[in-house]
Design a protein around this ligand. Structure first.
Ligand code: TXA
Ligand code: MG
Length: 348
């Protein structure tokens, strides 16, 4: 299959291109498009064969359910067997935006989408291209991140092509995605609600609306009073595998001074990529490639995957790097998603 690429203005996408993308989706094809978080790979969510093609294109295990994207809260309700009051409060506060709500699934949603689960994950994306596409085609769109399974999510059109060229029908190139990390996935089928995947919307913002919610660390530490009763749910979201969002070469998160770790590895003869957010002290080494990100959480999140993909394909004397070293990012609620992704990227 040949993958066609159409450039679109990210703030005012061309109606003709959206209509064409909508027609491909309606006919069971696969279309990648930018969202405010990362690029998604869309398929008509109610078309079982289209969703099967989506799993095949990504090499995604059938056990990992997919988020369904809709243009507004009303369409979300149509796909839910129950729409709790908390869902309405959150939808009004944060949709369109990087929050995914897990609610009981309506029978119209095929079980392939939810990997057999009785729940469905729903989100209204804030990017004009994604939102206008959803409004245009009038279909619920199942869309995981547009990467091969377990690889880094794509934040630029070229990342999508690197992973999926020849496997999808159309790519809408709307330039870099602004957020850079995925949406926050919140399970509303339990009390208190729990965050299955930390993401761009900080937990504290959700708590301003709902009161306390469980964070993944609360669930992992099974001495938490809410977690005690369900030890079997230590891995609550099927997609949250230990190794995920990972570059193709080993990655270390360096405690302390990352540069010292880089020098140590260079001394051992390794070629090393260093991802740092500290200001330059003039560090340089012929065996090291250095990438800097700004130290504020929005810029860091927005540039993280592109930086890791750059280091993944960097060459020194025409050889790939042996290892990527990343400085431990700052602590705090806002950085939860960054820590989560780096932990998975560095898992063996
Ligand atoms: O920002 C995002 O969420 C992006 C853009 C494209 O919207 N999408 C995305 O999709 O990151 P994906 O498939 O890469 O990650 C979806 C996550 C996975 O961890 C999956 O297991 C979880 O959401 N998920 C989906 N449906 C679920 C369900 N019914 N119950 C629990 N977790 C679910
Ligand atoms: Mg993904």
């Amino acid at each position: 299959m040949k993958t066609r690429v159409e450039r679109v203005d990210p703030s005012r996408p061309d109606e003709r291109v959206l209509a064409e993308a909508g027609a491909i989706l309606a006919a069971g094809g696969l279309v990648a498009f930018p969202t405010e978080t990362v690029y998604g790979l869309g398929a008509h969510a109610l078309d079982v064969r289209a969703v099967q093609r989506l799993f095949d294109a990504k090499g995604r295990p059938a056990t990992n359910p997919i988020i369904v994207h809709v243009p507004d809260e009303e369409q979300a309700r149509n796909l839910a067997a129950d729409w709790p009051a908390d869902a309405s409060f959150l939808a009004r506060a944060f949709w369109p935006g990087p929050l995914t709500l897990v609610v009981p699934r309506a029978p119209t949603v095929p079980s392939i989408v939810t990997a057999g689960a009785a729940t469905v994950a729903l989100r209204v994306p804030a990017h004009p291209v994604a939102l206008e596409l959803l409004r245009h085609c009038g279909l619920p769109i199942a869309a995981p991140s547009a990467n091969r399974s377990s690889h880094l999510s794509p934040t630029r059109a070229e990342h999508v092509l690197a992973d999926l060229d020849g496997r999808i029908d159309l790519l809408l190139d709307g330039g870099p995605t602004p957020g850079g990390l995925e949406s926050t996935v919140l399970d509303l089928t339990c009390l208190p609600p729990r965050i299955l995947r930390p993401g761009l919307l900080a937990a504290a913002r959700i708590e301003m609306i709902l009161g306390p919610v469980l964070r993944p660390s609360d669930i992992r530490e099974s001495n938490h009073p809410e977690a005690k009763d369900r030890p079997s749910e230590a891995l609550p979201s099927p997609g949250l595998l230990p190794r995920h969002y990972a570059p193709a070469i080993p990655l270390d998160v360096a405690p302390g001074d990352g540069w010292l770790r880089v020098l140590e590895l260079c001394r051992q003869g390794q070629r090393v990529g260093w991802l740092t957010y500290r200001s330059s002290r003039g560090e340089n080494h012929p065996q090291a490639v250095i990438v800097r990100l700004a130290p504020d959480v929005a810029s860091y999140s927005s540039g993280l995957y592109a930086a890791l993909r750059f280091l993944e394909s960097a060459r020194l004397a025409s050889a790939p790097l042996d290892r990527i070293v990343v400085d431990t990012p700052p602590q705090g609620d806002d950085w939860l998603a960054v820590h989560d992704r780096l932990r998975r990227a560095s898992a063996p």
